[in-house]
Design a protein around this ligand. Structure first.
Ligand code: P6P
Length: 329
């Protein structure tokens, strides 16, 4: 089986002015993924479980592993002179990155959700890292500004996730399809185990936290009831892990839809547009699926702030279209 390193080199000529920078960037992500995977897998044995006494900009308590994962990706990316800017769900604002000549000569900015679903860590549920890569839009050589990060998701150069699950996988796209790599822990090498991943034509899984049912938009309530009716032998199952990367990955392989609507506690939805919705939406469309906020395509949304949230409906086309119809009846 082909390794991730071989795959990156083979495909770097997809970019007209590929200076190898994107390849170096993807390799840095690969390195950080191995470091976080090592820490996550031994979490029960060392004092890295539990919470810090800090909260992030979304006022969520930071788990110790959140902080570890954030530092691992930040250091792997900033210390290699390959990016000009870094932003994270765990950082209040973006970080300007200068090269050794104190200039911002590199082309890419990276945004990460370093450990999505981290509230599950203490219960040994799979968690994930989500990353998103853009070319800067401000003048090369100047330090980056917020508009380099507030780009619509359709501008992404690459996006992906690492799933720290029963096996550790790195799944990513650069706009030429979605490919999944599984880590061989004995060798510390990712191998191409899931080439050209696509959603199945039909989906029978819906993933939503039904504990918020009373506060869902009426269209979402109608969709849930539609799935629960037993007309035409509708074989729907409800599966919800509470970890977006795990729920999305299962739906991608088996067919299904993930929903995080507006709720009483999160009137604009809970998922962050830049760090969760956009990268997962890019992967979803590249795998033949769809991603919407209920009124428009996720990748068309013009971001207004780094940590803004959006309602999120993502997965098998037919199921997202069904939700869209119920929402816009
Ligand atoms: P709830 C994790 O915090 C996350 O952002 C997603 O990974 C997950 O799907 C969702 O929130 C879970 O939220 O409100 O259902 O617990």
């Amino acid at each position: 089986m082909k390794t991730l390193g071989e795959f990156i080199i083979e495909n770097q000529n997809q970019f007209e002015y590929s200076t190898g920078e994107l390849s170096k960037l993807l390799n840095a992500i690969r390195l950080a993924a191995k470091s976080v995977n090592h820490e996550v897998n031994k979490a029960g044995l060392v004092d890295i479980l539990g919470v810090t006494n800090k909260t992030n900009s979304s006022n969520e308590i930071q788990q110790k592993l959140d902080v570890f994962a954030n530092e691992a990706f930040k250091n792997a990316l900033i210390n290699r002179n390959i990016i000009c800017g870094f932003a994270s769900e765990e950082e209040d604002s973006f970080i300007r990155v200068l090269d050794q000549n104190n200039k911002a000569t590199n082309n890419y900015v990276v945004l990460v959700d370093p450990l999505d679903g981290s509230s599950n860590i203490d219960t040994n549920v799979s968690v994930g890292t989500i990353f998103s890569i853009y070319k800067r839009v401000t003048e090369k050589g100047t330090t980056v500004s917020e508009i380099d990060f507030l780009q619509k998701g359709g501008n992404q150069i690459a996006a992906g996730y690492i799933l720290y699950g029963t096996s550790t996988m790195l799944v990513y796209t650069t706009g030429y399809g979605v490919n999944g790599f599984t880590l061989n822990p004995a060798l510390g090498t990712f191998y191409l185990s899931h080439p050209n991943m696509k959603f199945p034509e039909k989906g029978h899984i819906y993933s939503i936290n039904e504990g918020n049912y009373n506060h869902f938009p009426i269209g979402v309530k109608k969709f849930i009831k539609y799935c629960q009716e037993d007309k035409d032998q509708r074989p729907y199952s409800s599966r919800y892990i509470g970890s977006l990367v795990s729920d999305f990955h299962r739906n991608l392989i088996k067919g299904g839809v993930y929903l995080y609507p507006s709720t009483l506690k999160h009137p604009n939805g809970k998922l962050r547009l830049l760090y969760e919705c956009n990268p997962i939406a890019f992967l979803s469309e590249q795998a033949g699926g769809t991603a919407s906020n209920g009124t428009q395509r996720i990748l068309d949304i013009e971001p207004k702030s780094l940590h803004q949230c959006e309602p999120f409906y993502c997965g098998t086309n037919e199921m997202v279209e069904n939700i869209y119809d119920f929402l816009n009846e």
